[in-house]
Design a protein around this ligand. Structure first.
Ligand code: ADP
Ligand code: MG
Ligand code: MG
Length: 869
């Protein structure tokens, strides 16, 4: 039932109980580093404080005071003593470092008596009162919530009156004046005197730290970073050392390596004659840590040694806080340094080379999703800092882009051809916008979630996209959008950050991604350990080639519908759709065949002997036709058919629930000739590439949306009969596979039957999630946010596989599938295939591969390696 631990009772592994700061202070003390002694009130005490209705209870007080007297004995100073007073800092510290939480209180224990004692002991009156004014300010601000500016303006007025430029220019008299004015302020604000009794000060401060766990800043920070609300914070009470005792004292922070680049070189800053937050608060400009070598060479050498020791001890880049008191170095904090992806990769790779960590440790150390940063252009940090966001949407596809606003795909294409950089801004995108999306630097939509059309397609292209930016009103016809009453028109510049969802006015400078040597090395190590293969979702030779560069081992999903939207072929596609009879339809398909064959030739060539899974046509046909009257008339004229006839066909194809409608294999069952044409295009392309290039092409024909084995069996007749015939006639040996997507829940229930007719399964987890939950994936974005806010979901199931439900269906399909066909090949091609926790799940249930968009391939490779370790 212990609630309070002195530093020598803890260790680094006790972060749950002691918080990160407390655990590391304990660890540093125990390995013999100069850490001012102190104790930690545990997170458990914090949680009990809340259980008890936010009240401190006697047992806790006893334990705190017991540890306090231990501390007093240890350093031979006493709280409130008139000769030799103990002063402490009170520091918050949760398991995960949370900058949003609470500010530290320093110099606690000072009052009108002890300040004089400090004066006498040190012979430094200025120092004593400098510490005192700091304490009253911090206590007033942090514990009693007196607004900080009120203290600041007092300090400023005293500085002004004395013509002092910096706080260090104030002498003891001046600081005494500040103290007395602070006390008056305190009394006016709080209605009582500043508490002189150190124990009372301490208890109030401890409670303030407990309460800070639930302040707004902290709550928001936890939400953004996915930190649970029930961890609680610890409170560290530590004896003070003083960096503000003169020019032989100071305080600073330093990283053992550069947190931006990873370079192995101390990186940090310090200030002479300063305390605590002075360095970060920017009251004076700090000096670079290298300067310390000149100012205090011995201290510098010692610090370098300690930094090395800490890095070796923790085997990771450390972020260290230190203070120098009268020529003596003290360590006040260490933790694993926050770093950019670039720095993380370089540091991990170099630490392997230095023999500090193993390859496996290096692999585990990198946050897979962080790799995104390395694969897309990013805004230059300085330029970004100067820019102000005007709106925020969903970070749908990472990368940074600046360009001129255009509201239609056509306008975007036109502008791009003129050499302009374009941001395509749409209410939401649809398949007709593809060309505009290809030409644009980035895409911004007002509606749609993380799996909306814009988001999925943009990720596929590796193009930056901010989706569902609800605060902008888009008036496509008037060629403008409005944010907060301000209009932005066609041709004006904006910048969007697909990694954060931020939208900015004007141009922000970007820099291009670099695939550094360290990155490549880390990926090689990942490949050595992973069991899952990694494929890509790609529909064009260009995407395929890009994915191969990123290490893709095949195509897991080639969607054929995007090919149908091509300007040159959409007339033939439409002809096919409105055909009155099978002859007409076949004639139209005849026109599409050579183009479709060319598509596959390009893709096969780009992929070489890697397997390529091609999905037969999936979307409902109405997506290929216009919907409003004017467009229908235009098209009718263009196609030279009667307007009424075209309109009737459009009406006929209209569905109440297109997602549950005439699509996927259902299309091919009605119109087998479509599947035939596609099969022919695939197999003829494969034969040609094999013949001409000698490439051992491995096509895999995949049927979408199967729920019943008979659907698959019916189409198997159509597909394999033709494919076998073509291969026979060609006289060459070509192997292909026939398989299905598993995306209708029923298919998972009868997977053993389905496996009899499928050589492979590929989980289409977008549709599977949609149908398992009954959530429309195009609309769910709107309310899933509420689900997250109300803690019904902690993750969006369209982003990370819902292991319990959807995952159970997958597990069952894996088991049944293997029963029906022991050597069945199993993969996933939904958006989840590139999401780290989902990749881990795919590893756990024994899939053979995951498939994801080209830019996520490295992320999947790393995630798969981590899952295997
Ligand atoms: P944060 O979590 O915001 O970094 P800290 O608790 O680490 O807050 O405190 C901030 C700074 O206050 C430290 O970096 C250090 O400079 C100073 N500080 C904290 N405790 C002490 C102490 N016991 N003696 C001297 N300085 C201290
Ligand atoms: Mg700190
Ligand atoms: Mg699907």
């Amino acid at each position: 039932n212990k609630l309070v631990y002195s530093f020598n009772e803890g260790k680094a592994a006790m972060k749950d109980l002691l918080g990160g700061k407390g655990a590391n202070l304990a660890e540093m003390s125990n390995i013999g580093l100069p850490v001012p002694p102190g104790f930690t009130i545990s997170t458990k005490a914090c949680n009990m404080y809340y259980e008890k209705g936010q009240e401190i209870w006697p047992e806790l007080l006893n334990e705190i005071f017991e540890k306090l007297s231990e501390l007093e004995n240890k350093i031979n100073k006493k709280f409130g003593d008139r000769n030799n007073p103990l002063l402490v800092s009170v520091r918050s510290g949760a398991k995960f470092s949370m900058p949003g939480m609470m500010d530290t209180i320093l110099n606690l224990g000072l009052n009108d008596d002890t300040v004089e004692a400090i004066h006498k002991i040190t012979g430094n009156e200025r120092f004593a009162y400098d510490s005192y004014r700091r304490f009253i300010q911090m206590f007033g601000d942090v514990v009693m919530s007196i607004e900080k500016y009120k203290f600041d303006s007092i300090l400023e007025s005293v500085k002004e009156a004395r013509k002092a430029k910096y706080d260090t220019d104030l002498d003891a008299e001046a600081l005494k004046e500040v103290v007395s004015k602070y006390k008056t302020l305190y009394k006016n604000e709080i209605g009582s005197e500043f508490p002189e009794e150190p124990k009372e000060q301490l208890v109030l401060a401890v409670e303030a730290v407990f309460r800070s766990w639930n302040n707004e800043r902290a709550k928001i920070y936890r939400k953004i970073n996915g930190i649970p609300d029930d961890l609680g914070t610890a409170v560290n009470v530590q004896s003070m050392v003083f960096g503000n005792m003169g020019d032989d004292s100071g305080t600073g922070v330093a990283f053992t390596r550069n947190p931006a680049t990873g370079e192995k070189k101390l990186f940090g800053e310090f200030l002479i004659n300063a305390q605590g937050e002075d360095v970060v608060a920017g009251i004076r400009t700090p000096q670079s840590i290298e300067k310390l070598k000149e100012v205090m060479p011995e201290i510098y050498d010692q610090f370098v040694q300690v930094a090395d020791l800490l890095e070796n001890h923790y085997k990771d880049m450390q972020d260290i806080e230190f203070t120098i008191e009268k020529g003596k170095l003290y360590m006040l904090q260490t933790r694993n340094g926050k770093r950019t992806a670039f720095s993380a990769v370089r540091a991990a790779a170099e630490m392997v080379e230095e023999g500090k960590i193993s390859k496996e440790e290096a692999i585990m150390r990198i946050e897979p999703s962080q790799l995104d940063q390395l694969l897309h252009p990013t805004f230059e940090e300085k330029a970004l800092k100067a820019a102000k966001p005007i709106a925020k949407g969903l970070p749908a596809s990472p990368g940074a882009a600046s360009g001129k606003i255009y509201f239609t795909a056509e306008a975007a294409v036109e502008a791009s051809k003129k050499g302009e950089k374009v941001i395509l801004v749409r209410q939401e995108t649809s398949p007709e916008d593809i060309e505009g999306m290809i030409e644009a630097q980035g895409i911004l939509t007002a509606r749609g979630g993380m799996t909306s059309h814009a988001a999925v397609v943009a990720r596929g292209m590796g193009k930056c996209c901010v989706a569902g930016c609800e605060s902008i009103k888009v008036y496509e016809e008037n060629k403008k959008f409005i944010i907060d009453g301000k209009a932005y028109g066609e041709g004006e510049y904006i910048s969007i950050d697909g990694g954060t969802g931020n939208v900015y006015e004007g141009i922000i400078k970007t820099h291009e991604p670099e695939m550094s040597g360290h990155f490549g090395k880390l990926m090689e190590w990942a490949d050595e350990v992973r069991k899952l293969k990694v494929r890509t979702n790609a529909d064009t030779p260009k995407d395929a080639a890009q994915a191969v560069k990123f290490g893709a081992e095949g195509i897991g999903l080639c969607r054929t519908e995007h090919m149908f939207f091509d300007e040159a072929r959409i007339p033939a596609v439409r002809e096919m759709i409105i055909a009155d009879n099978i002859e007409q339809r076949k004639a139209a398909l005849e026109k599409i065949l050579p183009m479709q064959r060319e598509d596959f030739i390009g893709i096969f060539e780009a992929m070489g002997d890697r397997p390529v899974t091609i999905r037969l046509l999936d979307p409902p046909l109405h997506e290929f036709l216009p919907h409003d009257d004017e467009d229908i008339i235009d098209l009718a004229n263009e196609m030279k058919v009667e307007h009424e006839k075209l309109k009737a066909r459009v009406e006929e194809l209209k569905e109440f629930n297109p997602m549950l409608g005439h699509r996927g294999c259902r299309l091919a069952i009605t119109y087998p000739e479509i599947a035939e044409m596609q099969t022919r295009a695939i197999i003829e392309a494969a034969i040609q590439v094999k013949k001409e290039k000698g490439i051992d092409v491995k096509p895999e024909i995949m049927v979408p949306l199967v729920g019943d084995v008979k659907e698959l069996a019916f189409l198997k007749e159509v597909v394999t009969k033709l494919a076998d015939e073509l291969i026979n006639d060609s006289g060459i040996d070509l192997k292909y596979m026939y398989g299905t997507m598993i995306e209708v829940p029923r298919a998972t229930l009868v997977a053993d039957e389905i496996a009899k007719d499928a050589e492979f399964f590929s989980f289409g987890t977008n549709d599977l999630t949609q149908m398992a939950y009954g959530f429309s994936r195009d609309d769910a974005g709107k309310f899933i946010k509420d689900y997250m806010d109300k803690k019904i979901f902690d993750k969006d199931p369209f982003q990370a596989i819902d292991r319990k439900g959807v995952g159970k269906l997958m597990r069952m399909a894996v088991e049944l599938g293997r029963k029906g066909r022991p050597n069945i090949k199993l993969g996933i091609c939904g958006e989840h295939g590139g999401e780290p926790t989902s990749v881990e799940f795919c590893h756990d249930i024994g899939l053979d591969y995951v498939s994801c968009s080209p830019y996520r391939v490295p992320i999947a490779r790393l995630s798969a390696a981590q899952a295997a370790l």
